[in-house]
Structures are given as structure tokens and as C-alpha cells.
Design a protein around this ligand. Structure first.
Ligand SMILES: [Zn+2]
Length: 195
């Protein structure tokens, strides 16, 4: 027989109290920050486990593309959300970087500059959650931050109003001290579809 919501909540508190002294992320299970609901998922699952699972069914290249695409769409939404709060594109960019720290993704620093008439974005992430979850046997010297790479491309696309793509030039999973990315406009000019 099912417990009522209150009974299930009480039972959950009691059981978790037996195995950890760490407080719950939310007393009633709904974790909200900045007006949105979040869930806690171990980095063992997101992204390492998910990457393994997609690789098993579709291959490693497809896994990287799917994570990148998910990151891209997330990055666009993240930038739009901060822009709607401050209505200042430079500040929205800084807020995107700051929120990486706030949400535990890593410590981010970003800038952009004009190169040959094109605005190019640069990002460095210290302690990327995506890179750090890979063990030595997994990493094999490869760059691993496909989701974050997509997020950066999505942010820069919204910032500039055209599609950008991101390349990871250094990755902590590949033995560097931090991860670095270059975000460039995609060759073919196309308008970006609405999210
Ligand atoms: Zn990386």
C-alpha cells in the first residue's frame, strides 16, 4: 500500500538520516534556484554515465554530438534568462560565467574580441565537472567537455545573434590544468531558430 505524501516524506527523512548527516538539498524535495526547479544528479551519471550509454547504442561521435546539442540549447536559454534580468548583453555574459560557479559546473572566465572583423569568444573553465569525472583509464588524453562546449556555443550564439560553434583547445581530462575553448561563428550564415 502506498504511503501518503507526508508519510513518504517522513520515512525518507528517517532513512536518509541513518546514512548521512548532510542536510537535504530541500526539505520538501523541490529544489528551486532563480525561479527554476533543479534536480541533483551525480556527475557519475551526468555526464560520464550518459556518455557511456549513448556511446553503447549510437557510437562515441553521436554521443559527443548529442551532448553538444543539449549544451547548445541550454546555453541559449541560460543567456536569454540572464539577459531578460539585466537587459545588458555584456553583463548577461558575465552572469553566465558566474553561474557556472554557482551551480557547481566549474569556475569560468570569458572574454571576446574582434579578429578580422569577426567577434570571437574565449573561455577558460577551472575544475570543469565534465572533465574531472573521467578517470585516467577513460580519458586517454582526449578532450571531454562536449556538453560545456555546446553551452558556450549557445551562449555566444545568443550574444551575437548568429550561430557559433565551440572548440575545446585544452582539457583537464587530457592532462591540462584547466579547460579552454574558442568560440567562432559558423561559416554559413543562418538565422537562429527560436528556442
Ligand atoms: Zn575539458
Amino acid at each position: 500500500m502506498f504511503k501518503t505524501r507526508e508519510e513518504a516524506l517522513k520515512s525518507s527523512r528517517g532513512i536518509m538520516g541513518m546514512i548521512t548527516r548532510d542536510p537535504a538539498f530541500s526539505e520538501d524535495s523541490r529544489i528551486e534556484r532563480l525561479g527554476r526547479r533543479f534536480v541533483m544528479v551525480s556527475t557519475e551519471y551526468f555526464v560520464t554515465g550518459l556518455m557511456h550509454d549513448i556511446t553503447e547504442f549510437a557510437g562515441e561521435e553521436a554521443a559527443a554530438i548529442i551532448l553538444y546539442r543539449g549544451g547548445f540549447n541550454s546555453g541559449r536559454v541560460i543567456f536569454q534568462r540572464y539577459l531578460s534580468l539585466v537587459n545588458d548583453r555584456e553583463m548577461a555574459l558575465e552572469m553566465c560565467a558566474a553561474s557556472a560557479w554557482y551551480f557547481g559546473w566549474g569556475i569560468a572566465t570569458v572574454y571576446h574580441e574582434e579578429v578580422d572583423g569577426e567577434e570571437i569568444g574565449y573561455a577558460r573553465i577551472y575544475d570543469s565537472f565534465e572533465a574531472e569525472e573521467y578517470g585516467d583509464e577513460d580519458a586517454l588524453g582526449e578532450k571531454r567537455c562536449h556538453f560545456i562546449r555546446g553551452v558556450l556555443a549557445g551562449i555566444m550564439s545568443e550574444y551575437a545573434g548568429r550561430i557559433y560553434e565551440a572548440e575545446e583547445t585544452k582539457c583537464k581530462a587530457a592532462g591540462y590544468d584547466y579547460c579552454e575553448f574558442v568560440i567562432r561563428p559558423r561559416e554559413e550564415v543562418e538565422s537562429i531558430p527560436s528556442v
